[in-house]
Each structure stands twice: as structure tokens, then as C-alpha cells.
Ligand binder design. Structure first.
Ligand code: AMP
Ligand code: MG
Length: 420
């Protein structure tokens, strides 16, 4: 991107671009990944690249809907519980095979649920309405043509659209495609996302941290958040505060990654490696976004791949992912709907912050009576990860609004399923 670098006066909000502008630039520069043919099971959650039509009838053959006897309706038209009609048993249909016998006039062929209807029959009498005797069956109920029969082509005819292009394939879609005989399908693939945590202070989560060291939380947050989009996180790496190391780490994944996401090192600090690596490269745009948390951001196309330089603070990482990276990944996967669901909720607590910035505040959203309510989950500092963990939504307070009070209405984007 060639947009000018901004001179920042971050506290006043001058020189910052809006959240919408930043997101617009990002979405304009990422493209849908070219479609690939995937085995049906692996395509779960992916977006279908072209419509799939039925090649044949579904179901492909006419079958029985009940365990019973395939008969001719006119042979049993006069049957009643008091005056059953006797038919000669001519044979049996077995599952998975075409019938070897036909139903003659005055005859019956035993058939299981899903068995192919034998020639000559036009209905099934359920076994509950029959009494089997030596070589014959007594039928205690009248029937009519088509009764308890599943006709071929009842679900779809050749040429019918089974799943339209653009549909995200979920369980029932896969079941339908399997029913139609498909073993693979053309979809937009899951991007492979490389994750870099920058910082000399970082140690891998779960290993002992000496004083001054910090567990690398961001790569764990990002792996989970990437997985939630349906994309595929690659094994993360911790990169020291050195631009050369970052460039090297990024080169090492160039063959496998479709997207690169780094956290930390985008501010003005001398040792900030993302800045150091890309400030003069021309293809990465650094900007301050008028948002809190998440102000310093970098985005560009590096080696042909979208590159996100997120801030270092854990809450900022989570919020920036939700606001910028997630919609971009969804776009790459061909998804139609790129944004989290939003509700209008009544605030149960005040939320204040810098007026010039779009604020994202962790809240707990609940349904109370016929409205949504949202309560702040804690103070707004971007290092306090518990405020994000306790939240199920982010209250969005637009730039220009000084803050909201308890009782005010507020837009909230939901990032968890609402549980009561
Ligand atoms: P930076 O943006 O690199 O200046 O980092 C800002 C703050 O976020 C510092 O307190 C860092 O220690 C912290 N931080 C950066 N990266 C991570 C990470 N991967 N996990 C946890 N905290 C981090
Ligand atoms: Mg750092």
C-alpha cells in the first residue's frame, strides 16, 4: 500500500485514521483464496466455490419406507382386520441388492426398510399389519399405490441445485453432498496463518519466567482466534527484538503461510523489530488507528502475503484481531458475512475513555426480559487480559462520543455464544 505515513499526535487523536478506514484498506488489499478440490470431510466449514447439482435422481431407486411386504394395492383393496386377504410369499428383497423376484398377481415379496421395491409391486404393507403363515401372508389392512414407498428422485432430480455457490458447508450440506455421491468438492481453502511474537522478554507459555520475563500469551490468543475463524494457525515462533531475526523468521514460513501475523514491536521504540524491519520497505503501512485499545498497527503485503503487525499488549491483540484480522481471514475464505453479530444493549455500568477514539470495552452481555444488557468486565488497560476473558462482547463506543452512562444504549459485538 502506498498511503502516506501519518505524523502522529496520538493523545489528541490527530493524525490517526479511523477504525473503518483501516479496516477498509485492509479488506481492499486481501483477496479470496483460489478454490481447491478437497475431500468432503475436510471441506467442513469451507465456502463452496461453485454450485453443486444433482447428477442423478436422489434417492437413486424406489425403495420401501417400512419393513413389510411389497404387494399390489388392488390385491389387498378389500382387506380389513376382520377379513384379511391371503397372498403367496414369492420371495424376499435383501438390503444392498436389486430384487431377484417380482411380485406376481396375488403375491407378496418381503422387503426391509430401504430395500429396492420389486417389479410388479406398487405399495408396502407394514409387517405390523401382516401375519406370516406357511408360504403365505395374511394382510389385515387395505392399501393404495405408493403407500410406504419412497420414490426415486423424491429429494432431487438430475440438474437440480443441491448446494449453491457461496454456501458455507456445514454438517447437513456435507450429508447431502455425500448422499449425492460426491467424495470431494471445490471450496475456498483455509488460510495457513503464521504467528510471530516479538519481544526479548517473552518465554513460551508454561515454561518458568524469571523476573522481567513474560509468558508469550499473544501467540496462544491468536492461535485460538485463528482457529475460531476456520483458518489454520501454524506453529508460532517467539522472535527477539531484532528486525533481522523477524525478517528471517518470516522468510522461513514463506512456502507454507498465506497470512503473517506478528504482535508487539510496532510502536516507536528504538528496538521495535516490526518497525525496524519494514518502516522503509514501502509495502508496509504503519498507522495509528483512532481506537482504544489497539492504536499502533501495521499492515502490508510482504512477499505477496498479507502481513499484520498488531500491538503487543494482550487485550490490544485480541481486539485488533477481532476488528481487523478476523474479517480479512473470513474474506480470504470466501465468506459472505465478515463481521461478528452485533446487538444493541443497555449498559449496566458507565464506560468512559478518550473521546477521539473508537473504544472497545469488554462487557458481559445478557438477555434480561426483552432486552440485552451489558456490564463492563473491568478497567480498560490493555494489559489486563482478565477483562477480555470475562467478557462475551465488546461494547463499541464510536469516536466523538465522550463516554456512555449506565442506562444508555450501546452497540456490542458478540464474540462468544450467549449462554444463559
Ligand atoms: P510492545 O508493543 O512490543 O511494546 O509491547 C507492549 C507490551 O505488551 C509489553 O508490556 C510487552 O511485554 C507486552 N507483550 C508483547 N508481546 C507479548 C506477548 N506475546 N505476550 C504477552 N505480552 C506481550
Ligand atoms: Mg516489544
Amino acid at each position: 500500500m502506498t498511503a502516506p505515513r501519518h505524523v502522529h499526535d496520538h493523545d489528541s487523536g490527530e493524525g490517526l485514521i479511523s477504525v473503518e478506514e483501516a479496516r477498509g484498506r485492509i479488506l481492499a488489499s486481501v483477496a479470496v483464496l483460489p478454490s481447491v478440490q478437497l475431500p468432503l470431510r475436510e471441506s467442513h466449514g469451507c465456502v463452496l466455490a461453485g454450485e453443486v447439482t444433482a447428477a442423478d435422481d436422489i434417492p437413486p431407486f424406489t425403495s420401501s419406507a417400512m419393513d413389510g411386504f411389497a404387494v399390489r394395492a388392488r390385491d389387498v383393496a378389500a382387506s380389513t382386520p376382520d377379513r384379511p386377504i391371503a397372498l403367496t410369499i414369492a420371495g424376499e428383497v435383501t438390503m444392498g441388492h436389486r430384487p431377484e423376484v417380482a411380485v406376481p398377481a396375488g403375491g407378496a415379496v418381503r422387503v426391509p426398510t430401504g430395500g429396492v421395491m420389486p417389479e410388479g409391486s406398487d405399495c408396502v404393507v407394514p409387517i405390523e399389519n401382516c401375519l406370516v403363515e406357511e408360504g403365505r401372508v395374511l394382510v389385515f389392512q387395505a392399501s393404495e399405490p405408493g403407500r410406504y414407498v419412497r420414490p426415486a428422485g423424491e429429494d432431487a432430480r438430475p440438474g437440480d441445485v443441491l448446494v449453491p455457490a457461496g454456501r458455507r458447508l456445514l454438517a447437513p450440506d456435507l450429508g447431502l453432498l455425500a448422499t449425492a455421491g460426491r467424495g470431494s468438492v471445490r471450496v475456498h481453502p483455509r488460510p495457513h496463518v503464521a504467528i510471530f511474537s516479538t519481544g526479548d522478554e517473552l518465554v513460551e507459555a508454561g515454561t518458568p519466567a524469571a523476573e522481567g520475563q513474560v509468558p508469550d500469551a499473544n501467540s496462544v490468543t491468536l492461535s485460538g482466534a485463528i482457529r475460531e475463524t476456520g483458518a489454520h494457525p501454524l506453529q508460532p515462533s517467539i522472535v527477539p527484538d531484532d528486525p533481522k531475526s523477524l525478517r528471517e523468521a518470516m522468510r522461513s514460513v514463506s512456502g507454507v503461510a498465506d497470512v503473517l501475523v506478528a504482535s508487539g514491536g510496532v510502536s516507536v521504540g528504538e528496538l521495535d523489530p516490526v518497525r525496524g524491519a519494514f518502516l522503509d520497505s514501502g509495502d508496509v503501512d504503519f498507522y495509528g488507528v483512532a481506537m482504544q485499545p489497539g492504536m499502533p498497527q501495521a499492515f502490508g503485503i510482504v512477499g505477496g502475503k498479507p502481513f499484520f503487525g498488531l500491538p503487543g499488549n494482550p487485550v490490544s491483540v485480541f481486539v485488533s484481531f477481532e476488528v481487523f484480522v478476523r474479517p480479512a481471514l473470513l474474506k480470504m475464505m470466501g465468506r459472505n458475512s465478515l463481521f461478528r453479530p452485533e446487538v444493541t444493549a443497555r449498559l449496566e455500568t458507565d464506560i468512559t475513555g478518550p473521546r477521539e477514539k473508537t473504544q472497545f470495552a469488554g462487557v458481559w452481555v445478557r438477555r434480561k426480559g426483552d432486552e440485552w444488557t451489558a456490564a463492563s468486565t473491568g478497567p480498560r488497560q490493555s494489559n489486563l487480559m482478565s477483562t477480555a476473558s470475562r467478557a462475551n462482547g465488546l461494547a463499541i463506543i464510536p469516536a466523538g462520543v465522550p463516554g456512555l452512562r449506565a442506562g444508555d444504549r450501546c452497540t456490542v459485538m458478540l464474540f462468544r455464544e450467549i449462554e444463559d
